[in-house]
Design a binder for this molecule. Structure first.
Ligand code: NA7
Length: 537
């Protein structure tokens, strides 16, 4: 125990991003719980607090990448553009924190370091790096899926005399790239957003690419007052559509098969979606892109054609053409002038498949064939996704069972909401739920509301703890794997599988069954008196 006085709460919520803010509002203002959020950052916002790299913006459109729980909030907030930049989303989340008076129950600059279940008292004992120890009936993880930054272990980084940054822990004052020779490692969604912006500022930019990626133009544009008004008038229908969709997007679902159309018809559909921009290219073109390799190949080839048409140097274009995984089997990036950037005189592409990095030196990066002199290294190398942030905390369940041990061979959960052996621990957008395969706010709200309803049920019925049963968990883990095996997601070395982290067990972590069927399943479980959970009074 710390020297601080242990206090007693109903709920501890870890993280003050999209999930934690809404969970706090729901727990405190709807359920009337004594709840506190601990947040490692010095401000609220989660992902949008940390990821301040140049070009950071949302790949989902603002009108559906936002909370739906308050109609007043929906009506009063003005989004400036289709895809808002990071500072605007952070302003939105700060506005939410103020509007719902959340700050008084958020302790910033405080990292939860450990949590242990006390079976006798049916409570969690939660410890923080600020020396707090609190007891709470419920422990709710709102740590996010992509917040444990992955800086690759490349020999020599400690000798580098320039500056280096990871995009997920970007300096708040920004970085001045003018006159600098910059290198950027990683061409996922982040690298693809940052490349054009850094290229415009830097003296020279060298992009180190390990895997070329399919990217579709975002076609960002300001939201005109007319469009904004139309969105606001139709919000209820937009939200309904998003909730009842496959991916949490308010698009009309595609029921077309790519293989039922002639080459000409298919091309017309792809061309129109390419011009429209954004995720619709994937989610609104043909449903079988996710399941059928031949269908997928038609979209993949269309994108490669576009890359070859945009990039002037055919050798560079070829290197940028994705070839080793189906389209959509890795998180699909959305870009603004990414491929065009390789036509600039001050941008060089290094293909790490041909010439891997050997080491970082005092002055730059040495590959197997040459030394690149650079002043700055930007790591756009992603995250220890889905499990990394939660496993940073030493979580001990019943009988001292460690979550790290339990998940050593991949995460196991029931519905992505609870883990057997860890009573009263809830994981918002945990592994085993649609989470990163969906429009996050939709999945976050569904989880917060399900957890809220569950806690209300427990309180109403005098239940002190709820825990997923081993059987329900086993069955759910099998189901998550089975559904994934029916898709093309298994064909990529992606962070969905943990493949980006050396030594991490490869298990497909998110649930691919779709946002709406998943919601129905969760509701059904609740309606059946929390089927698959054991409730202890
Ligand atoms: P991602 O999608 O994990 O991308 C990371 C990129 O970094 C990807 O191109 C990786 O190549 C590359 N990478 C990772 N490790 C290395 C090493 N050791 N050497 C060279 N290249 C490497 O992360 P992002 O930040 O772009 O996106 C994360 C999510 O944030 C995104 O999907 C959105 O949901 C928001 P690889 O493909 O593994 O070969």
């Amino acid at each position: 125990m710390s020297d601080r006085i242990a206090s007693e709460l109903d709920a501890v919520i870890v993280g003050a991003g999209f999930s934690g803010l809404y969970m706090l509002h729901h727990a405190r203002d709807v359920l009337g719980l004594r709840a506190r959020v601990y947040e490692a950052g010095d401000g609220v916002g989660g992902t949008w607090y940390w990821n301040r790299y140049p070009g950071a913006r949302c790949d989902s459109e603002s009108y559906y990448y936002s909370y739906s729980f308050s109609e007043e909030l929906e009506q009063e907030w003005e989004w400036s553009s289709k895809y808002p930049e990071q500072p605007e989303i952070l302003r939105y989340l700060n506005h939410v924190a103020d509007r719902f008076d959340l700050r008084r129950d958020i302790q910033l600059g405080t990292r939860v370091t450990a949590a242990a279940w006390d079976d006798e008292r049916a409570r969690w004992q939660v410890s923080t790096d600020a020396g707090d120890t609190v007891m709470a009936r419920y422990l709710i993880s709102a740590v996010g899926c992509l917040s444990a930054a992955n800086v690759p272990d490349i020999a020599g980084l400690d000798r580098f005399e320039g500056a280096w940054y990871h995009t997920g822990a970007w300096p708040h004052d920004g970085v001045d790239f003018s006159g600098q020779r910059v290198s950027l490692i990683g061409t996922g969604s982040t690298g693809i957003q940052a490349t054009p912006v850094i290229a415009r500022e830097a003296d020279h930019l060298t992009v180190f690419q390990r895997t070329p990626n399919y990217s579709v133009p975002a076609r960002n544009a300001p939201l005109t007052p007319e469009v904004a008004a139309e969105i606001k008038a139709n919000y209820r229908e937009i939200r309904r559509k998003a909730r009842e969709s496959f991916g949490g997007f308010p698009f009309d679902p595609s029921v077309r098969s790519a293989l039922d159309h002639s080459e000409e018809e298919r091309r017309a559909i792809y061309e129109s979606l390419w011009e429209e921009g954004g995720f619709k290219f994937l989610y609104g073109s043909f449903f079988d892109i996710f399941f059928n390799e031949d269908a997928n190949a038609t979209a993949a080839e269309f994108i490669r054609e576009r890359i070859r048409a945009i990039v002037e140097d055919p050798a560079v274009a070829e290197k940028l053409c994705p070839h080793d995984h189906p389209y959509g089997s890795k998180r699909p990036p959305i870009d603004t002038d990414y491929f065009e950037t390789f036509n600039r005189d001050n941008v060089t592409l290094v293909d790490l498949r041909e010439t891997p990095i050997e080491e970082i030196t005092a002055r730059g990066i040495r590959t197997t064939t040459e030394h690149h002199d650079v002043d700055v290294i930007v790591f756009a190398t992603g995250f220890d996704a889905m499990t990394g942030s939660l496993l940073k905390i030493d979580i001990r369940g019943r009988g001292g069972l460690s979550l790290r041990d339990k998940w050593a061979a991949g995460p196991r959960s029931y519905l992505g909401l609870q883990v057997a052996g860890f009573p009263n621990l809830f994981t918002i957008t945990g592994p085993g739920s649609p989470s990163v395969l969906s429009n996050m706010p939709v999945s976050i709200e569904q989880h917060v509301e399900w957890i809220g309803q569950c806690i209300a049920h427990l309180r109403e019925h005098g239940v002190s703890s709820i825990e997923a049963t081993e059987d329900a968990e086993d069955a759910w883990v099998d189901h998550v794997a089975e559904v994934a095996s029916m898709t093309l997601f298994q064909k990529a070395s992606s962070w969905y599988l943990g493949a980006n982290i050396p030594g991490k067990t490869r298990v497909f972590m998110p649930y691919v069954g779709g946002v709406f069927p998943y919601r129905q399943r969760c509701d059904d479980v609740a309606a059946k008196g929390y089927e698959g959970f054991s409730l202890t009074s």
